[in-house]
Ligand binder design. Structure first.
Ligand SMILES: Nc1ncnc2c1ncn2[C@@H]1O[C@H](COP(=O)(O)OP(=O)(O)OP(=O)(O)O)[C@@H](O)[C@H]1O
Length: 515
């Protein structure tokens, strides 16, 4: 590992995959996505609400008008179904339609789906001045300019800054100040489901309220002992697991959902051990970025489990053919279903969000077992059977709702709840987090209600009681941030609807303002 293929002199010419070549291949793929007959037929099956949205959006596209749409609907009400029919309608006429989502799993559900981060080169680590990394002259820029339709599913899971960066990119590429560069953009999602992950967030970042909910007996697996009840959950979710061996598509439509990655790893290890074949474990190679630190920190690095890196050790069974550095496998779902691939071991870096004290790279196969996955990861999927394991209650807004709404019927869901305390028997009660307050910096309002909205907001904004500017929590940094937002809004030609003056000469309080 770690060697350049050219060192082996296998062919006379140097093999170099330039970023331009990779991009050209990518663009070629996007322009030649095949539309399947079944997707073309979806249009005929649209229900009344879906058809209404479909007609308005298609009409905007073919009359060459701009349009920014948001498709809202509770889990399982057919948002993805609508996107599929829209994508098929545009692509089958030979036009470009880009399908993007906020998460990789959701991207695998849409034909030709990509994460928005990857398609629009939006940096993962968002900061104040985030911008997309696309050259205006590149073939990717040309592809985006040509796109008649851009779909962004699960947009409710994206941070506001990423949507703003996307908006700026389109304005820049299209050379216009119109929203989303005057293109037809369909954002979709469900704010009742999980929202963006706030890493190391403080209380102010997500204030939520817990409510106790009682789960009906028909959905429950009674809690006896942890081992016994988990076994029962495994049995209902994966009946005859050994025979599922040869039926990868039905294996992929059953899943156990839980709250945290640590529990996911535990369950996956327990389930892989149930397969009869020979086990093979793969241990990672951890290398510090600074070579001199290697001997001192190697053992310590093995104990770390950053969220975006594979665990120190994982086990596979001999169903795929694997060698030490490459696995030969078949893809089970998505656009490339049944395609045969070779997966090499590659070095992976931890995300900068992890803020590791010793930067290092971990070499391992970029794969994970997925008999179990986190609830957040499952958002957007519709599955044949869902087992939910709540070792502890959900910890963020919408998680319980997402978990319960992944299956098509209530008969295809079973929950195992560990009682909150060892001496209680309330294995039918859990907490739901259902109220979520956050400070939004932008509001997109439909033009039809814009004037009325502005009037109502003006009245509201002038109403608050101004507090003590010296109370705990009122900081100069936050105050400067608010003044900066007002300035930025003003500079980008927004109208100041209320006062923007500061209160008094002491402390950090500003009058209510609205741009
Ligand atoms: N008009 C329809 N006719 C037949 N089946 C439909 C229709 N609309 C949706 N479905 C089916 O309902 C299920 C859920 O639909 P879909 O995945 O589109 O919902 P969703 O709103 O995207 O869910 P989520 O919010 O969880 O992502 C899918 O199996 C889909 O095929």
């Amino acid at each position: 590992m770690g060697h350049d293929i050219n060192e082996y002199k296998l062919v006379s010419e140097n093999i170099q995959s330039s970023s331009i070549e990779r991009e050209a291949k990518d663009v070629h793929f996007e322009r030649s996505i095949r539309v399947f007959e079944e997707d073309l037929l979806l249009e005929k099956k649209l229900n009344r609400e879906q058809r209404k949205a479909y007609t308005v959006i298609v009409d905007r596209i073919f009359s060459n008008k701009a349009g920014a749409f948001f498709i809202d609907g509770p889990g399982g009400t057919g948002k993805s179904f609508l996107y599929r029919s829209l994508l098929a309608a545009i692509r089958s006429r030979g036009f470009v339609a880009l399908a993007t989502t906020s998460s990789g799993v959701a991207a695998s559900i849409l034909p030709g789906g990509r994460t928005a981060h990857s398609r629009f080169k939006i940096p993962i680590n968002v900061d104040e001045n985030i911008s997309c990394n696309i050259n205006k002259q590149s073939s990717l820029a040309c592809l985006i300019r040509d796109a008649k339709l851009i779909v962004w599913d699960e947009a409710s899971m994206a941070k506001a800054k990423t949507i703003e960066a996307f908006n700026l990119l389109l304005k820049d590429l299209m050379d216009t100040r119109m929203l989303f560069g005057g293109k037809v953009v369909v954002l979709g999602g469900d704010f009742r489901q999980t929202l963006p992950v706030v890493l190391n967030g403080k209380k102010e970042d997500f204030i939520s309220q817990k409510d106790k909910v009682e789960i009906p007996n028909s959905l429950l697996i009674p809690f006896a002992t942890e081992e016994q009840s988990l076994q029962e959950l495994f049995n209902v979710t994966y009946p005859n697991i050994e025979s599922l061996f040869h039926d990868s598509s039905s294996l992929a439509s059953h899943v156990i959902l839980t709250t945290k990655n640590d529990y996911v790893h535990e369950i996956n290890d327990m389930l892989i051990s149930k397969f009869p074949n020979t086990a093979r474990s793969f241990i990672v190679i951890d290398e510090t970025v600074e070579p001199n630190d290697q001997s001192q920190f190697e053992d310590y690095l093995h104990t770390l489990n950053p969220t975006n890196l594979p665990p120190y050790k994982f086990t596979l069974k001999e169903i795929a053919h694997f060698k030490t550095h490459v696995i030969s496998a078949k893809i089970a779902s998505g656009d490339f279903q049944n395609k045969h691939v070779f997966i090499p071991r590659i070095p992976l870096l931890a995300s900068e969000d992890e803020k590791l004290s010793i930067p290092f790279k971990r070499t391992q196969f970029p794969i994970r077992l997925c008999f179990a996955m986190t609830i957040n990861k499952a958002q957007g999927q519709t599955l044949d059977f869902v087992g939910i394991y709540l070792r502890e209650p959900v910890f963020s807004h919408g998680q319980l709702y997402v978990a319960l709404s992944r299956a098509k019927t209530s008969k295809a869901v079973k929950l195992l709840i560990r009682p909150l305390t060892s001496d209680s028997n309330d294995d039918h009660l859990t907490y739901n987090i259902d109220k979520y307050c956050c400070a939004g910096s932008h509001t997109y309002v439909h033009e039809r209600v814009y004037d009325e909205f502005i009037e109502k907001v003006k009245v509201r904004v002038m109403r608050p009681v101004v507090g003590d500017p010296f109370r705990e929590g009122v900081e100069q940094e936050q105050f400067q941030k608010i003044l900066r937002y007002i300035r930025e809004g003003h500079d980008s030609s927004a109208t100041l609807e209320c006062r923007d003056d500061t209160i008094g000469s002491k402390g950090y309080s500003s009058n209510s303002s609205k741009l």
